[in-house]
Design a protein. Structure first.
Length: 158
């Protein structure tokens, strides 16, 4: 009797495993990557942005690239990029919230320090987040030395 119950339990487990739905629950980290550094210190990066249109995603990617250079540093990709963030101060985003809210606003100064490289060429890496929103990888150029001087002149860094 016990052997029969054990045999039935094993068969149930085997058939359940065989019919289990196979899905991918992989999480992909959309991290800003360094492609290279120019002689003037500007960095060419791959940044990711999401939006309903390609232009919305491009603007978001440009903001994400600047945010990473300022607060996180660039740790992926080419080792030539400066991995250190421009601001080392903890909670600087919150401390200078008014400044950065204006800086990253639609009419903010962020556009002076980042451009899309060659007309914002899109990489082959595009991820559809939903029917209305996609995530694009955009090649951008961040003018790090000019950005550092701007932050110094506004009293954000010393």
């Amino acid at each position: 009797m016990n052997k029969r119950v054990l045999l039935i339990a094993i068969l149930v487990v085997i058939t359940t495993i065989g019919y289990a739905k196979k899905t991918s629950t992989t999480y992909y980290e959309y991290e800003t990557e360094c492609l290279g550094v120019a002689q003037d210190g500007s960095q060419t990066l791959i940044a990711w942005g999401a939006g309903r249109t390609r232009d919305d995603a491009k603007q978001q990617a440009m903001k994400n690239a600047l945010n990473d250079v300022i607060f996180k540093g660039i740790r992926s990709g080419n080792e030539l990029c400066n991995t250190k963030p421009l601001i080392f101060e903890a909670n600087a985003r919150e401390k200078y919230e008014d400044f950065f809210n204006f800086f990253f606003s639609e009419n903010g100064d962020y556009k002076k320090f980042v451009t899309d490289d060659e007309g914002g060429r899109r990489l082959n890496r595009t991820k559809e987040l939903s029917k209305r929103e996609k995530k694009f990888g955009i090649v951008v150029m961040v003018y790090r030395p000019q950005l550092k001087e701007y932050l110094k002149s506004n009293g954000i860094i010393k």
